[in-house]
Design a protein around this ligand. Structure first.
Ligand code: HEC
Length: 324
């Protein structure tokens, strides 16, 4: 056998290599694949047994070939094999990095002064130490040029970059994890798909009391600007999720609807404002003013007033379509 690595290195290395590859290629989420999919434990056991079998086969082939050798050949072979396995390269490397003298050779470097029998060796600085020292010098020059001469970036901009990246990650996460919304994080969903889903939920669960156009019946008018329990996506979401006042008939929908569904139907309810229902129920509650609205100056107020009829037309169109 020409290979020099002994079996007790070969087998574990191959085994853990296959183990690592398996973990790398099997997508098992946070957990290790051997825990997530117990069948892989059998696979690894099989791999281990095959590796051992290969070693056994190799050993017996070696044995058979050995028997075919001449006496002289056998001797030479045994001699070659008898050489102890050594990490020669590691030994050499260690030697180069420390340049230490063995005790037998210390005599060559002993200095000739002698303090009450205490003598000193003239050892060289260990090369690993000096190389490290040179490396720090190179590092400091690069550092000096990058941050004090060129001024590539400073801690503040580094921090801001990281915050921006984290913000992006949060946005991304929110988009994939819609079901995580609650009354604090819910936002108006303007995607057509979300509004269509909201409309479907509304048709299935809410029309009995609120009417398809939101005009109201048992439940209050959802198409006007007046809200009993507060308007705006967060209040509407809370009302849908937790229900209305006791005894009024609006149940807590969190039992039946998923958070994302409540966000969708709440968004859909938002779009109803401005509908012209066929039989509108008289207004109840108060006009809702969004406390987070940009500014409450006269200018913006007239703007919102201008915006309202437009919205009305639009939502009017969509209900017409829905009712057709
Ligand atoms: C059994 C009848 C009934 C059903 C079904 C119903 N509601 Fe209600 N809803 C009410 C009543 C009654 C109120 C008034 C609650 C109050 O006064 O506290 C109300 C209030 C509301 C309010 C608050 C209105 C305001 O002025 O503050 C919203 C929003 C609302 N419902 C949405 C929905 C949605 C969305 C659904 C379907 C998932 C739904 N409701 C299903 C009866 C119902």
């Amino acid at each position: 056998m020409s290979t020099k690595t002994p079996w007790w290195i070969r087998v574990p290395v191959l085994f853990f290599l296959i183990f690592g590859l398996m973990e790398y290629f099997i997508d098992s989420g946070d957990k290790l694949a051997i825990i997530e999919y117990p069948i892989t434990q059998f696979f690894l056991l099989l791999v281990l047994m095959i590796l051992i079998a290969i070693e056994l086969i190799l050993a017996s082939i070696e044995n058979i070939m050995f028997q075919t050798l001449t006496e002289e050949g056998k001797e030479r072979y045994l001699e070659a094999k008898g050489k102890k396995f050594e990490w020669t390269w590691a030994k050499n490397l260690m030697e180069k990095l420390t340049r230490s003298r063995s005790i037998e050779k210390e005599g060559e470097i002993v200095l000739d002064h002698n303090y009450d029998g205490i003598r000193e060796l003239d050892n060289v600085l260990p090369p690993w130490w000096t190389y490290l020292f040179y490396a720090t010098i190179v590092f400091s020059i690069v550092y000096l040029v990058r941050f004090h001469v060129i001024g590539e970036y400073d801690q503040t901009s580094e921090y801001e970059q990281e915050v921006a990246a984290a913000q992006l990650a949060i946005e991304e996460y929110k988009r994939t994890a819609k079901d995580l919304v609650d009354a604090n994080t819910v936002e108006f969903l303007s995607d057509d798909s979300d509004l269509a889903a909201g409309e479907k939920i509304f048709q299935a669960n809410c029309v009995a009391c609120h009417m398809a156009d939101g005009g109201g019946g048992i439940g209050p008018n959802l198409a006007d600007k007046y809200w009993i329990l507060g308007g705006g996506i967060k209040n509407i979401f809370t009302t849908i999720s937790e229900g209305g006042r006791d005894g009024k008939g609006m149940i807590a929908w969190k039992q039946t609807l998923k958070p994302v569904e409540m966000a969708q139907v709440a968004s859909y309810v938002m779009t109803m404002e401005g509908n012209t229902p066929a039989n509108p129920k008289e207004a109840e509650g108060e006009i809702w003013v969004d406390p987070n609205a940009p500014e409450d100056t006269n200018g913006t107020e007239s703007e919102t007033e201008e915006a309202a009829p437009e919205e009305m037309e639009q939502s009017g169109d969509s209900t017409n379509v829905a009712m057709n």
